[in-house]
Write a protein that binds this ligand. Sequence first.
Ligand code: ASP
Length: 317
Amino acid sequence: MHRIKTMQNKKILILTTGGTIAGSGEDHLQGANYKAGSISGETLLSSLPPIPASLEVYEVAQIDSIEMDAKIWHKLLTLLHQNITLYDGFVITHGTDTMEESAFVLELLYQESKPVILVGAMRPSDAIGSDGIKNLCNAISLASNSKAKGVMVLMNDKIYDPKTIYKAHTYNLDAFASRNGGDMGYVLDGSVRFFYPPYKHTLPFVTDDLISLPKVEILYIYAGISDLPKFSHEVRGLIVAGCGAGNIPTKIRIQLRELQAQGIQIVACSRGNQGFVCESEFIPAYALSLPKARILLALCLQHKQAQEDIKAVFAHF
Ligand code: ASP
């Protein structure tokens, strides 16, 4: 009798949220004129070629990711934690516009090691030259890989770290880049290669922190800015998009000190996409981008951390 060695297929749960990967339009030649999040998770899955994984799909939302919010992040994290023992890995389909923010939130709040791969597309599902199915196949391969751990993003064959990824191009298929470094790895037709291993900071945040997050706004500095805009009374923190290494004009700095004296925590960030901010009279954002600094500050404020403690959290990045 011959024994045939069979590879046990990994069980992957696909959580869909919408985005261009689930987008469709009337004109298949038009990659830019379509409705994001218009096809169901089931339909998306039905277009996959045979793939060596056992797949299940759950539709979490069907939105353009510009509508993404803390409620959906909470739902995603709850589903991941509830299903952790049932699957070997997870794939989240997501619009590309706010993918870097969702990936970062999940990175901060998902405490397990089973892989969670965010994936999207730059062209809608029915456009000529759509990248969605290829990206999804690669994401499933990555979620099935034994070296993959924690949260990662897969776009255009490249594996990205949630801490450093940002959307750099509005339309091109190679839309993402990494702040201060290269991609974590590459998926070539389903075969995964890591350039460096995933790493994660352990921070004291939990999923329920996302319920009623404190309000944090972003202030953009530009040449000639004369006064701070009026912020609502609910604002508890401010991310300042300073020029260069987080620089802020003197007059604005004085006004920010007044806000700080009223109990608003101020984080100094940069308008730039590379480098870091490490010296400031406020809390330096180090290498975090503006939207990611906003998320981190809101989570810190949820724990009522003092300025020195918040500084220590940001120093991880
Ligand atoms: N606006 C779309 C979204 O973020 C863009 C995309 O998915 O590429 O949902």
